[in-house]
Design a protein around this ligand. Sequence first.
Ligand SMILES: Cc1cc2nc3c(=O)[nH]c(=O)nc-3n(C[C@H](O)[C@H](O)[C@H](O)COP(=O)(O)O)c2cc1C
Length: 428
Amino acid sequence: MKNADNSRRAFVRFLAGSPLFLAAGIDGKSLHRLITGSTRDQGEAFDLIDQVSQDRQISSPGEALDIFDFEPVAKAKIPPAHWGYLITGTDDDGTIKANRDGYAKWSLRPRRLVDWSHLDTSATLLGHKYDTPIVICPLGSQKAFHSEGELAVARAAKAKNHLQVLSTVATTSIEDVIAARGAPVWWQLYHTSDWNQTRAMIKRAEAAGAPAVVFTVDLIGGSNRETMFREAMNDTRTCTNCHSGGQPRPGVSGRVDDRDNRRKPAFANPAPGAPIPEAGPPTWDYVKRIRDTTSMKVFVKGILTPEDAELAIQHGASGIFVSNHGGRADNSLRATVECLPDIVKQARGRLVIELDGGVRRGTDIFKALALGANAVGIGRPYIWGLGSFGQEGVEAVMMILRKELEIVMKQCGTTSVRGISPAYLASR
Ligand SMILES: Cc1cc2nc3c(=O)[nH]c(=O)nc-3n(C[C@H](O)[C@H](O)[C@H](O)COP(=O)(O)O)c2cc1C
């Protein structure tokens, strides 16, 4: 505790004395009061720090040293309410931090003098070979971040040969995204309260050529997105010009049964025939029902325990996403990467396992692969790229992560993704 106090004091002294803050008209005393104050004061302090660091933004993707360099540029270009949608977690956002901290619980065990001259970063998922195991996670409403939205992301995925997973609440149709990607994408499903409609959406994705449906199960009970509501209050635009559901507010989750989502392309064609209302929230039988409905492979997204991994297998899933929705589902305070080893042990090779949540560095990707993930997903970082420079930004983010992964693979003496094993990690 004493150490933490000392480091905090040193940090505040450092910030307070920084010429950048003085130049921005922020005095050291005020900053000190905020940083040592309540959680909300601290939030304000970090906003100030953000503001100052924005003065030193990159002006082209090529200037970025790491993926974090895209974040302030995107923040400056994306409207505040949409920025809030991107950054929010749930409650006080603690699980976002937990996801990041999770990777620090393992250290690397580098091996020397290995010939890595034929480095193979490729990964094969459902028979398709990708250049890397880095997956573009499903993320809703991408035109809220850039006018080309999911199309720019699809073009970047094509250029760098990444797996892209398209959200149910995408602002571009699956047919257009597959055309832009030049290859099938996987399709993520949020169920609706009408099975007839849900089935029609699944069938549409299948007809478009998606080889997998990824059923997201971690938001079914709802989530409390305070940061989103707070950021929306800073937006002076009239939300109802675009959002028929109105201003985001507590109790309106932004999920598929909300009026607002009905304008999304996945809901464009009303399902023919009479509605088939669901009796209640979905349970494991629903996974089997999806499997019996489609020839696509079924993945379940949002799995965090070995018990649920086993149930996924029993109900016919081919794979799972070990994910907590980027800390925006339940505020579990448990990192996805911490959940991974028990799940891998339980699955015994019977599931394709994707991990996402807080992945920001090549070393994070390496650790997740070493702990048994077959693929590793990112969410917010590619949107930082999209929001700042469109397709070029997304490509640059993916490229930086790939380069970082290559370095750690070489430094650890691994020559292929399959060769990355727990032997390269030590628990801290
Ligand atoms: C703004 C935003 C929208 C998202 N939309 C969806 C979605 O529509 N469907 C889904 O399954 N996951 C969605 N996710 C979760 C991501 O697929 C992924 O699990 C998460 O972003 C990974 O964490 P990271 O952002 O820390 O990389 C969303 C995440 C964010 C940040």
